[in-house]
Design a protein around this ligand. Structure first.
Ligand SMILES: Cc1ncc(COP(=O)(O)O)c(C=O)c1O
Ligand SMILES: N[C@@H](CCSC[C@H](N)C(=O)O)C(=O)O
Length: 429
């Protein structure tokens, strides 16, 4: 990292956290700023429970439209030759996007949220805070795309990336130093990271949990980001990424690359995401309860299942100390890649597909699909078995999902039939 660690400094702009200083008239280089949408002002009144907050929105629409209008306009007329309107150009800001950002800031318990064109774009925006030489400490169980972006930056951008087992905080401590500009995990690690370098940015990918189950900002994180493609939208009909912060000057530093590169979310996708997020609680509740039943079903038949809702999960207690639920993604092993492939291809309701968080249930083989961008050697080092099957559970009737899975397990030869029913082939090993 730069000896000064300036790449991720919270105070580079010399700005305090006050709104006034966070929204200066000039950028860090002293150039005029384009109109930046008004900062999120999420906490204007009484705070309701999340199920209410998800659907309740304040809007100042001129016709009191109950669904925020889609401002499908690239530019906005100004009232004078010197500009000065709240919006001038949709890359810089758009009313539909601002409405969504304010709503998300509220449900993410943040002072400011920003929405961009994908989850990866959100991580890319965060990494724009880094400078050559900065060090990033991150998990060894990252999503394949995040691994790929960080690897690209370490190869081409002079960033040093340490992948460590973040379930063992002592491993993280070994690589923390005043050079650590960015780190990914909470909350013990957040404390240690800020002790090692107060300017270090603790950044959490909350995609698997969603704000319904986890608020990383409340656990010591500086930045939380999510793929809005998943639970937040819930229908696989859009790509989006969300960033949320409490430090308004940091929010402004994240806004800068969004405007500069043009990755802000389009008006139509902002509208779709706004619509989707309102049903987050009902969807997640159903998905999570289905996932729990399915995880128990598989474990009861002798499969090695990874799901933080099971007591057998090594971080069961830790997970529950931070989160309000286990989510709806689980995985299991069959001991044989060919058997796994047959299971995946035998399932009918479960669609063979990457992604998760959708109302439909999905089945996939991560090593060949979502995590294929991590090379086979690294996957093996990170204990990612090639036969692993991932289930991303939807809102369908859980008995139908289990029936379909049971049939696929039998048809693929993954289980031994016996008088009591069936048991995973691997169970007897
Ligand atoms: C945990 C996680 N984070 C981030 C992303 C990136 O999101 P997106 O596909 O919206 O770019 C994904 C999936 O792609 C993911 O699984
Ligand atoms: N071909 C894509 C794969 C996307 S994986 C999407 C999602 N995060 C998941 O975990 O399933 C790529 O190369 O990024």
């Amino acid at each position: 990292m730069s000896a000064s660690g300036s790449g991720a400094s919270n105070s580079d702009a010399g700005a305090s956290s006050s709104v006034k200083k966070a929204f200066p008239q000039v950028d860090l280089q002293g150039n005029d700023l384009p109109p930046s949408p008004a900062p999120s002002s999420p906490h204007t009144g009484r705070r309701y429970n999340i199920a209410t907050e998800l659907v309740y929105t304040d809007s100042n629409d001129q016709y009191n439209a109950s669904s925020v209008p889609i401002y499908q306009s690239a530019t906005f007329k100004q009232s004078s030759g010197s500009g000065g309107g709240e919006y001038d150009y949709t890359r810089s800001g758009n009313p539909t996007r601002t409405h969504l950002e304010r709503h998300l800031a509220k449900i993410m318990s943040a002072q400011r949220a920003l929405v961009v064109s994908s989850g990866m774009a959100a991580l890319d925006v965060i990494t724009r805070l880094l400078r050559p030489g900065d060090e990033v400490v991150t998990g060894d169980d990252l999503y394949g795309g995040s691994h790929r972006l960080l690897k690209y930056l370490s190869t081409n951008g002079g960033i040093v990336v340490h992948h460590v087992d973040t379930t063992q905080p002592e491993k993280v401590m070994e690589v923390l130093s005043e050079k650590t500009a960015m780190i990914v995990d909470i909350p013990k690690i957040a404390t240690a990271a800020h002790e090692a370098n107060p300017k270090c940015l603790v950044s959490v990918d909350n995609t698997m949990m969603s704000p319904l189950l986890l608020n990383p900002l409340e656990l010591g994180a500086d930045i939380v980001y999510e793929s809005g493609t998943k639970y937040l939208s819930g229908h696989h009909d859009l790509m989006a990424g969300v960033l949320a912060v409490n430090d308004l000057s940091l929010g402004e530093r994240l806004y800068f690359p969004i405007n500069a590169s043009g990755c802000g979310l389009s008006p139509f996708d902002s509208w779709l995401l706004m619509r989707g997020v309102k049903t987050l609680k009902v969807r997640m509740d159903q998905q999570q309860s289905n996932a729990q039943r399915i995880a128990e079903f598989l474990e009861s038949h002798g499969f090695k299942v990874r799901y933080p809702g099971l007591r057998s999960h090594p971080q069961y207690e830790l997970h529950n100390s931070m989160a309000r639920g286990a989510g709806a993604v689980l995985s299991f092993e069959t001991g044989d890649v060919d058997v796994s492939e047959r299971i995946v291809e035998s399932a009918k309701i479960w669609a063979i597909s990457v992604s998760f968080g959708c109302v439909n249930s999905l089945i996939s083989m991560p090593c060949r699909m979502s995590h294929a961008s991590i090379d086979a050697k690294t996957r093996a080092e990170r204990a990612m078995p090639e036969d692993l099957i991932r289930l991303c559970v939807g809102i369908e009737d859980v008995d139908d999902l289990i029936d379909d899975l049971r049939r696929a397990l039998v048809q693929s030869g993954a289980v031994n039939m016996n008088l009591d029913g069936f048991t995973a082939n691997t169970a007897s090993e």
